[in-house]
Design a protein around this ligand. Structure first.
Ligand SMILES: NC(=O)c1ccc[n+]([C@@H]2O[C@H](COP(=O)([O-])OP(=O)(O)OC[C@H]3O[C@@H](n4cnc5c(N)ncnc54)[C@H](O)[C@@H]3O)[C@@H](O)[C@H]2O)c1
Ligand SMILES: O=C(O)C[C@H](O)C(=O)O
Length: 327
């Protein structure tokens, strides 16, 4: 067994938290030889409920669970953490405008960015799941001036996995037969799931499907999947979101496989003509805990228009929250 690492999870008493904590504690995220100390952050009124979750975590007697800290203080929650999964966010309520949502989340992700800046390990890996995930990640990053901006990422892995599942079903294959799937841009309905570079059992994905299915079925299904689940379940995706968060962190920590890549929301460096600084879904490879954008992909006009549309949405979201950035 290795020395334990510290993993913070915010919104730990919520529904994603309930699907996520037990898998992290069981070793699904960092491996069966990596003990974890969980740092769980909740708002004060949710602490009794969180205590119940802690009781259940202990009752599992996981070999890889080395301790649990449960708190309503971000300074305690982020102390010396190696990983931080920021799940807790303000959901959109009735009559709330997007602007109100961004403002409410600024009040969460600004202070959490500051607390990470003050207390987390200098190479902390931060994943923002709470919506609007990309712009919440930007707010946290912009309040953590002493951390490398690349420490902050947002989750588009659920979209990536949804795209794998849709393409596998259409082509009668398994998700593991598919390589080089890409989600460009925002975790929102403007995201662009791109299969131009994907292969299914080594064959170009685009040669196995027709353009009409791609345009009228695949893309909108992936873009609208979150809304479809809310409609069907009466609550937003939880187990699949938790599973995607595990995948995002596992690949970031352990690396991508040769000949394949994953999609991560990361700070744009201007690659592919995207506005520098916005947290944009890119295809990335990972080695030794560092991600790199896959370069040199051919982008046709169809893709260009969609990549630009989701970039535009992210630039607009950024313009709406710039007043929340640390001066
Ligand atoms: N990126 C994605 O792919 C994706 C997918 C699904 C859901 N989500 C988002 O994830 C978020 C969480 O979803 P959920 O279903 O678990 O919601 P939930 O309402 O069940 O749980 C959220 C929890 O966060 C807590 N919380 C609120 N403010 C907090 C704060 N300042 N610090 C710590 N905890 C805080 C709440 O008390 C609650 O327990 C939502 O924003 C949802 O939209 C993102
Ligand atoms: O909460 C939502 O809007 C949906 C969620 O982000 C999802 O993709 O399932």
């Amino acid at each position: 067994m290795k020395a334990p690492v510290r993993v913070a999870v915010t919104g730990a008493a919520g529904q994603i938290g309930y699907a996520l904590l037990f898998r992290i504690a069981a070793g699904d995220m960092l491996g069966p030889d990596q003990p974890v100390i969980l740092h769980l952050l909740e708002i004060t009124p949710a602490l009794p409920s969180l205590q119940g979750v802690v009781m259940e975590l202990n009752d599992c007697a996981f070999p890889t669970l080395a301790g649990v800290v449960a708190t309503d203080d971000a300074n305690v929650a982020f102390k010396d953490v190696d990983y931080a999964l920021l799940v807790g966010a303000r959901p959109r309520g009735p009559g709330m405008e997007r602007k109100d949502l961004l403002e409410a989340n600024g009040a969460i992700f600004g202070p959490q960015g500051k607390a990470l800046n003050a207390h987390a390990k200098r190479d902390v890996k931060v994943l923002v799941v709470g919506n609007p995930a990309n712009t919440n990640a930007l707010i946290a990053q912009q309040n953590a001036p002493d951390l490398d901006p690349k420490c902050f990422t947002a989750m588009v892995r659920l979209d990536h996995n949804r795209a794998l599942s849709q393409l596998a079903e259409k082509t009668g294959s398994h998700t593991t037969d598919i390589k080089k799937m890409t989600i460009w841009g925002n975790h929102s309905s403007t995201q662009y799931p791109d299969i131009h570079h994907a292969t299914v059992n080594g064959k170009a994905a685009m040669s196995l499907i027709d353009q009409a299915w791609y345009e009228n079925d695949f893309i909108p299904t992936v873009q609208q999947r979150g809304a479809a689940i809310i409609k069907a379940r009466g609550a937003s995706s939880a187990a699949s979101a938790a599973s995607a968060a595990i995948d995002h962190m596992r690949y970031w920590a352990q690396g991508t496989t040769e000949g394949d890549w994953v999609s991560m929301g990361i700070p744009s460096d201007g690659s592919y003509g995207i506005a520098p600084g916005v947290i944009y879904g890119y295809p990335v490879t990972v080695k030794n805990g560092k991600y790199e954008i896959v370069q040199g992909l051919a982008i046709n006009d169809f893709s260009r228009a969609r990549m630009d549309a989701t970039d535009k949405e992210l630039r607009e979201e950024r313009a709406g929250v710039e007043h929340l950035f640390a001066k």
